[in-house]
Design a binder for this molecule. Structure first.
Ligand code: FES
Ligand SMILES: [Fe+2]
Length: 411
């Protein structure tokens, strides 16, 4: 049984917590590039892993990610002026550059050297594929940014949607490591492709610990079938899961605080997307990135639709389905109440991997997927859905997944 202590360890992510410390050793998705669209744009709030920050792009296009509250007397820098390579606090005009240097303290007078004595909290950022990642851990431990296959893709081969999830990050992540729910939660009646792949075919799970996290292999089919349907997903430390949705997607769950998170849906397309093509799932959220279908309106459930068209009666889009499933557990589900079965093997494996990584962090041991070489290829991290002969091993069909032992730690 999952204990209260284990539950706390995997759901508390603020400064000073074990998992919070672990997460801060990785590059975390902080905001969309488009939230700070150009030089001298308005600053925006960024609240992640229990910290209040603001982000801005300075006159030269450099990104700053600073503590939200002014080092002088705490006024929010969300209200600051973004001007001439720095953020100027609205209260007394202290000005900060992207690295948190105090450039001016005008109320102190022209002779003052006070600004040299103060350093404002700032975090390094890395912008790639329409996202701004932040490193919030100790500077001397800062890893390289991993060279994923998607970091090389042009922007028109990617899309991204960030949406608010009204529960713990772990509930969101666990939904990605759970292939069995595809048979139910997302079911649309009379969808032939669905019926072929899923109906009555429960997944048989294999999981394996890897250098990057956990590989999850869900196979559907009877031994007497000629072919089986195989879905390979990858849990990538610390907050991502690559899944075979719409081709390939990476879903990331970044804690806002312990009871709320951002869900990031990052997709890769085979063909370039055309300007003006709708971005998947953007039509399901408002300008604050909250879903139109949410707990406050019972996800707009339609019981007639539930009788006749879809399993839930919540429409055909996955975002509200997953939202209902994970949010209705409560903000932080008490896992002492659950009853895990064989279909939960993926969830168990990922929790176990995370707990081991937290222990490694506490001991000061090497951490999984903390990358030191930005050029190290990560082609063994992938996600695949394919139909292969029942007697075959997925390993032989997708040799790039297990071709060589990667070099980073197996903590
Ligand atoms: S509180 Fe920001 S300058 Fe005084
Ligand atoms: Fe789902």
């Amino acid at each position: 049984m999952f204990t209260k202590e284990q539950n706390d360890r995997l759901t508390q992510t603020g400064p000073g917590t074990p998992l919070g410390g672990l997460m801060r050793r990785y590059w975390l998705p902080a905001l969309l590039s488009e939230e700070i669209p150009g030089p001298d744009c308005p600053p925006v709030r960024v609240h992640i892993v229990g910290e209040d920050l603001v982000a801005f792009r300075d006159t030269n296009g450099r990104i700053g990610l600073l503590a939200e509250h002014c080092s002088h007397r705490g006024t929010s820098l969300f209200h600051a002026r973004n001007e001439e390579c720095g953020l100027r606090c609205g209260y007394h005009g202290w000005k900060y550059d992207v690295d948190g240097n105090v450039l001016e303290t005008p109320a102190e007078g022209p002779e003052s050297t006070f600004k040299n004595k103060v350093k404002h909290l700032s975090y390094p950022t890395h912008e790639v594929a329409g996202m701004v990642f932040a490193y919030m851990g100790p500077r001397e431990e800062m890893p390289a940014f991993p060279h994923y296959t998607w970091t090389d893709l042009p922007l028109d081969r990617t899309y991204i949607t960030k949406s608010f999830l009204d529960c713990s990050w772990l509930q969101g992540l666990e939904g990605e490591c759970d292939s069995a729910h595809l048979n139910f939660l997302h079911r649309i009646f009379k969808d032939e492709s669905y019926e072929d792949l899923y109906r009555g075919r429960m997944p048989h799970y294999e999981t394996e610990d890897t250098d990057f996290g956990v590989r999850l292999i869900a196979s559907r089919g009877e031994p007497s079938d000629e072919m089986k349907y195989v879905r390979v997903s990858s849990f990538v430390m610390p907050v991502s899961c690559w899944i075979p949705a719409r081709g390939k997607e990476v879903h990331m769950y970044v804690p806002i605080d312990d009871e709320h998170c951002w869900r990031w849906d990052f997709g890769m397309t085979k063909e370039p997307r055309k300007p003006g093509d709708p971005i998947p799932r953007r039509d399901q959220i408002d300008e604050d990135r909250h879903r139109f279908r949410n707990a406050g309106n019972d996800y707009l459930i339609d019981r007639e639709e539930q009788r006749t068209k879809t399993f839930l009666g919540l429409g055909v889009e996955f975002l509200p389905h997953d939202g209902m499933a994970t949010e209705s557990m409560g903000h932080i589900y008490d896992r002492r109440q659950e009853h895990l079965g064989v279909s939960d093997m993926g969830v168990i494996a990922v929790r176990h991997r995370l707990l081991k990584a937290v222990e490694a962090f506490e001991r000061g041991d090497p951490l999984p997927h903390v990358v030191t070489d930005a050029e190290q290829p990560m082609t063994h991290i992938d996600t695949i859905a394919a139909t292969i002969p029942t007697g075959d091993s997925w390993r032989d069909h997708f040799p790039h997944l297990t071709v060589e032992a990667p070099t980073s730690a197996q903590a």
